[in-house]
Design a protein. Structure first.
Length: 293
C-alpha cells in the first residue's frame, strides 16, 4: 500500500484525494477518472457515485483498499480501460486489456463513415470488412447498427484476437464473422463483393514517440507503428480493399492528423477514385475515404 493507506472514510473525501493525486500525476480529467474507478469498485453507475458522495456515504475499508490500489496504478498511467476491463465505443461496452489496442473516441467517427456508407449500399444484404479488427470495435458497430448487413473481421495478432473473440461472443451479433487471418490474404471468397472496407491500421511512424504514456507503454506496438512514414499497413489495406470491393464500394481508413494528403495520394495511385479526408470532432484530419472504380 501507499502512504494513503485504506480505511473507511467519506466517499467524497476519497474522491477528492484521488483526483488531486491523479492531477499531480499529469491526468487532465483526474476527477472523472477517480469517479470511474470508484464506480468500478462499487459496481455502480458513475452518476450513482456522484450522488453517494453528495449524500455523504462512506467508502468501506475493503472497497477503499481496492480503490486505493487502482488509483495508484492509474497514477503510473496504466490505462483506465485496463483497470476497469472495459472501453465504451458508440453504444457498445467492449472488453479490453493488455495486448489489444484500446478503442478511442475519435474512431467512433471513422465507424460512422463506414456505417453511413453501408446503410447507403444498394443491396438488401451488403457486405463490410474490417481489416485489423483489434477489439472488434468497428466491426461490431457495423454489425449492430446495420443489422441487415454481413460483417467480416480479420485479426492476426494472437494477443489481440483473444479480446476480439471475447467481444464477438459478448455482443453476439449473428451477422458478424471473425477470422484469425493476416489482412493481406483475408477473405478471398469475398473478392469483388464488398460494399465497405474499413480499417484502423497502425499508422504511427517508427521514429515517432507517442506523447501519452498510456499509449507509449501499454498499447501493443504492432497496433501503433506502421513503418518509416507510418503508412506501410495502409498500403496493404489499399491493395486488399481493391481486391475485396465491388465497383462503387468504399474504403474507410483511419490515420494520423498530418497524413491525409499522403493517404489520398496513395489511394489515387492505386486506382481508387474521389479520395476525401474527413475531420474528427476536434477538427483534426482523422480518416480518408475513396471509391472503387
Amino acid at each position: 500500500m501507499s502512504d494513503h493507506s485504506a480505511a473507511a472514510l467519506p466517499l467524497a473525501a476519497a474522491l477528492r484525494s484521488a483526483a488531486d493525486r491523479l492531477s499531480r500525476a499529469g491526468l487532465v480529467d483526474a476527477h472523472v477518472d477517480a469517479e470511474i474507478l470508484a464506480a468500478h469498485v462499487l459496481r455502480l453507475p458513475r452518476g450513482a457515485v456522484e450522488a453517494a458522495a453528495i449524500r455523504g456515504d462512506l467508502l468501506g475499508a475493503p472497497d477503499a483498499e481496492r480503490f486505493e490500489t487502482l488509483v495508484v496504478r492509474r497514477m503510473s498511467r496504466e490505462p483506465l480501460q485496463h483497470l476497469t476491463g472495459t472501453a465504451p465505443f458508440r453504444h457498445l461496452e467492449l472488453r479490453v486489456g493488455p495486448g489489444v489496442f484500446v478503442p478511442r473516441p475519435e474512431t467512433e467517427m471513422v465507424a460512422q463513415l463506414a456505417i453511413d456508407a453501408l446503410r447507403a449500399a444498394a443491396s438488401p444484404a451488403p457486405i463490410a470488412v474490417d481489416l485489423g479488427a483489434g477489439s472488434g470495435a468497428i466491426a461490431l458497430a457495423l454489425a449492430t447498427e446495420v443489422p441487415h448487413a454481413r460483417v467480416f473481421a480479420a485479426e492476426n495478432s494472437v494477443d489481440a484476437y483473444v479480446w476480439t473473440k471475447e467481444n464477438f461472443a459478448l455482443i453476439g451479433a449473428d451477422n458478424a464473422e471473425l477470422a484469425f487471418i493476416d489482412l493481406e490474404c483475408a477473405f478471398p471468397q469475398l473478392d469483388g463483393t464488398v460494399s465497405v472496407v474499413a480499417s484502423n491500421p497502425p499508422y504511427v511512424p517508427d521514429a515517432a514517440i507517442p506523447r501519452d504514456p498510456e499509449v507509449r507503454f501499454f498499447d501493443p506496438p504492432a497496433a501503433l507503428y506502421g513503418g518509416a512514414d507510418g503508412l506501410d499497413v495502409v498500403r496493404v489495406v489499399s491493395r486488399v480493399g481493391l481486391r475485396l470491393a465491388h465497383p462503387g464500394g468504399m474504403i474507410v481508413i483511419e490515420h494520423g492528423e498530418w497524413q491525409g494528403e499522403a493517404v489520398r495520394e496513395l489511394l489515387a495511385a492505386d486506382g481508387w477514385r474521389a479520395a476525401s479526408t474527413h475531420p474528427d470532432l476536434t477538427m483534426r484530419d482523422r480518416a480518408t475515404t475513396a471509391i472503387r472504380p
